[in-house]
Design a protein around this ligand. Structure first.
Ligand SMILES: Nc1ncnc2c1ncn2[C@@H]1O[C@H](COP(=O)(O)OP(=O)(O)O)[C@@H](O)[C@H]1O
Ligand SMILES: [Mg+2]
Length: 221
């Protein structure tokens, strides 16, 4: 999915978080967004998802003005953390993954996705007993089952051990090879195994986009 952001400013109450952010990514790009805590990374993706309401003519998804956009099912989104996440009643991982009739994956594909993410053995676990990292992978699986053309992952490997982090990046890199546009918020560009095409720095609400060749030359972290 192509994304165009044109001079977007956004704030909560009186505080401006994003300042005149402009960038474009093409369908099939792999963008990593980096920046310190509080720099506005999650705020930016929530603008792109329509969770934060923005004025007209600032954001276009596949050329469609975001306030007119309706095909949200093609966007997979895994939010930042599930620490405070709690189901009131016992529900298993399988039930979460089977719950939506909108899903495009059949049972075999579901199992393959779970296996790739290292959560196959969790199928019958109660969701409330999972660690934050396991929970995050369940929601990544759910996002993938809808065959997204854009996948937005907000700090997806926080609390995930090294093996599973590596496994996660293999899955994401494969998806990108298959043409899925990826937007990944990461704390640490250096240690990430993402095969990204572009990196964007958010600093105090201001965005700088570079492609991978400029990143390597600039030697920035
Ligand atoms: N819902 C909200 N209401 C008010 N302020 C918020 C809200 N969400 C985030 N903020 C503030 O906006 C700034 C950017 O937050 P965020 O986008 O979460 O940064 P990051 O993801 O880069 O750590 C922070 O100062 C944060 O406290
Ligand atoms: Mg964040």
């Amino acid at each position: 999915m192509r994304i165009d952001v044109d001079n977007l400013s956004f704030g909560y109450d009186y505080r401006t978080v994003l300042k005149n952010v402009s960038f474009s990514i093409e369908s099939g790009d792999f963008l990593v967004i980096v920046g310190q805590n509080g720099s506005g990374k999650s705020t930016l993706v929530k603008c792109l998802l329509g969770i934060n309401k923005v004025p007209d003519s600032k954001i276009f998804l596949n050329g469609i003005e975001i306030n007119d956009f309706s095909n949200w099912i093609q966007i997979g989104y895994v939010p930042q953390k599930f620490d405070d996440f709690n189901y009131e009643f016992p529900i298993t991982v399988n039930e979460i993954l089977n719950v939506t009739k909108l899903t495009k994956a059949d049972e075999d594909e579901k199992l393959e996705i779970m296996d790739n993410l290292g959560i196959l053995t969790l199928q019958n676990e109660n969701i409330n007993t999972l660690s934050g990292g396991q929970m995050q992978r369940v929601f990544i699986a759910r996002a993938l089952m809808n065959h997204p053309t854009l996948l937005i992952l907000d700090e997806p490997t926080v609390g995930v051990d090294q093996d599973n982090t590596d496994r996660f990046y293999r899955v994401v890199n494969d998806l990108n090879d298959q043409g899925v546009t990826i937007m990944l918020i990461s704390h640490d560009l250096n240690s990430s195994k993402a095969n990204f095409s572009h990196a964007m720095w958010l600093d105090n609400g201001e965005a700088t986009l570079k492609n991978i060749s400029e990143v390597a030359l600039g030697g920035e972290e």
